[in-house]
Write a protein that binds this ligand. Structure first.
Ligand code: FAD
Length: 451
């Protein structure tokens, strides 16, 4: 047993921190985790979970509209924001309790308060000092607001989960996944929604076809999308806001939500003073076992700014615990990490985009299919889906699977296994489809997109 209070002191009880702490305790380590705000971190409280609940809520309006084609008639459709908020809060409180129990049962000591690193082996939590053989920083990231006049009138995704009232008109600023998800949520809940983006394509880090197709489909559902537009300032007049664009146009609304970026939570943590190196954006620099420049300090999750996803933070946390307390020698494999965007319609991907494949030196064959799924032939909603496969011409390996359409996230998890197993296009082709589904198209696509 070391002469420290703990073997591992984790800062942050979010996705990465809780997973690493519990696993380390399971290996017999004496573990504490400090948390300043809520158990479960961003994902449980102000990220994935409440976002997905809001997304479900927003789907019902269109589902009910679609049902008309099938003979249903619905009168007096009303929506109560307060009821949704209360239901969401109840579920999150339940999950907070689940996390509290999990920590208790695994023997991890939970210490409430803001932690700072005061030495290679010491942590201060609101005036109390603890020593530990290892320190794990898992403090996550936070959204940013722009430095423009009137930024104080704007909100971020953190605030959107607690709005007192559902706005009538909203401007969402950004072109990444959080922006398209919130624009879809507000639009689905009946809010007049404008998405403003300074670039010319949504989801610029994904395959170009996805962003372009998503923009078309979101516009069809009623989201007004303004590309190549910047907001110069935000004016307030009573409760009304107006966004003044770079072209001096005014976009009136009640709420402006900025989803233009997140920064790692490393400010005033004491890291630099103990020799932990930070990158220019404030993220913690770690090696391939998540060790920082100070050998007793490790970091995982959003704060290292690699892939800002809950399952990635969980996997990184597990690897740190294995490495420190179980002689684990495995490294994190960031290839083939699938991801979904819960916009309406959903987007999901695994593997390389066409551009990434090209940049990696592959010569590829591309298969793309855009069609009206059976459900929407009768609903008459005009909704279409996009499926795309990127195949290495030389080895026949499927390098990327991409989809925009209903339940894309549910559907691509299985294809992620195929990509991990290095499946070839020939194996896709010999797989029998499930009929009638959207997904069967992935195993029946035979015509290459012309080069
Ligand atoms: P976090 O989960 O953020 O945990 C960090 C914890 O540290 C927090 O609880 C914080 O209070 C605490 N903390 C910070 N500083 C201190 C301190 N000094 N002392 C004590 N405690 C401290 N990912 C997905 O995979 N799928 C999704 O659908 C998805 N949707 C998202 C939607 C939104 C709106 C957002 C914002 C994020 C979403 N994410 C999603 C990303 C995901 O939430 C994060 O990648 C994940 O939560 C990162 O985990 P983490 O452990 O690094 O940090």
């Amino acid at each position: 047993m070391s002469g420290y209070d703990f073997d591992l002191f984790t800062i942050g009880a979010g996705s990465g921190g809780i997973r690493a702490s519990r696993r380390a305790a399971a290996f017999g380590a004496r573990v504490a985790v400090a948390e300043q705000r809520f158990l479960g971190g961003t994902c449980v409280n102000i990220g994935c979970i409440p976002k997905k609940l809001f997304s479900y809520a927003a789907h019902f309006k269109k589902d009910l509209e679609d049902s008309r084609g099938y003979g249903w008639s619905i009168h007096q459709l009303t929506f109560d924001w307060r009821s949704l908020l209360d239901a969401k809060n109840r579920e999150i409180e339940r999950l907070n309790g689940v996390y509290r129990n999990l920590l208790n049962q695994s023997g991890v000591e939970l210490i409430w308060g803001r932690a700072t690193v005061t030495g290679p082996n010491t942590v201060d939590v609101d005036g109390r000092t603890f020593t530990s053989k290892y320190i794990l920083v898992a403090t996550g990231s936070s959204p940013t607001l722009p430095e423009i006049e009137g930024a104080e009138h704007c909100i971020t995704s953190d605030d959107a989960f607690y709005l007192d009232k559902l706005p009538k008109r909203v401007v969402v600023v950004g072109g990444g996944y959080i922006a398209v998800e919130f624009a879809s949520i507000f639009n689905g809940l009946g809010v007049d929604t404008t998405l403003v983006y300074r670039g010319d394509r949504l989801l610029k880090n994904f395959d170009a076809d996805l962003g372009n197709f998503l923009a078309e489909q979101m516009s069809k559902r009623g989201v007004r999308i303004r590309f190549d537009t910047t907001i110069r300032k935000v004016d307030r007049d009573g409760t009304a806001l107006s966004c003044v664009t770079g072209d001096e146009e005014r976009l009136s609304c009640d709420t402006v939500l900025y989803a233009t970026g997140r920064l790692p939570n490393t400010a005033a943590l004491g890291l630099e003073s103990v020799g932990v190196a930070l990158a220019a954006n404030g993220s913690i620099v770690v090696d391939d076992v998540f060790q920082t420049a100070q050998p007793s300090i490790y970091a995982v999750g959003d704060v290292i700014h690699r892939m800002q996803l809950t399952p990635v933070a969980l996997a990184e946390g597990m690897l740190v615990a294995d490495h420190l307390f179980n002689n684990g020698a495995e490294h994190m494999d960031y290839d083939g990490v699938p991801t979904a965007i819960f916009s309406h319609p959903n987007v999901a991907i695994v593997g390389l985009s066409e551009e990434e494949a090209f940049q990696s030196g592959y010569t590829v064959d591309v298969y793309r299919s855009i069609f009206t799924p059976l459900k929407h032939t009768v609903s008459s909603s005009g909704e279409k889906v996009l499926l795309k496969l990127i195949v290495d011409r030389e080895s026949d390996r499927v390098l990327g699977v991409h989809m925009v359409g209903d339940d894309a996230g549910e559907l691509l998890q299985g294809f992620a296994v195929a990509i991990k197993c290095r499946a070839t296009k020939a194996q896709f082709d010999t797989t029998v489809g499930i009929h009638p589904t959207i997904a069967e198209e992935f195993v029946t696509m035979r015509t290459k997109v012309a080069a």
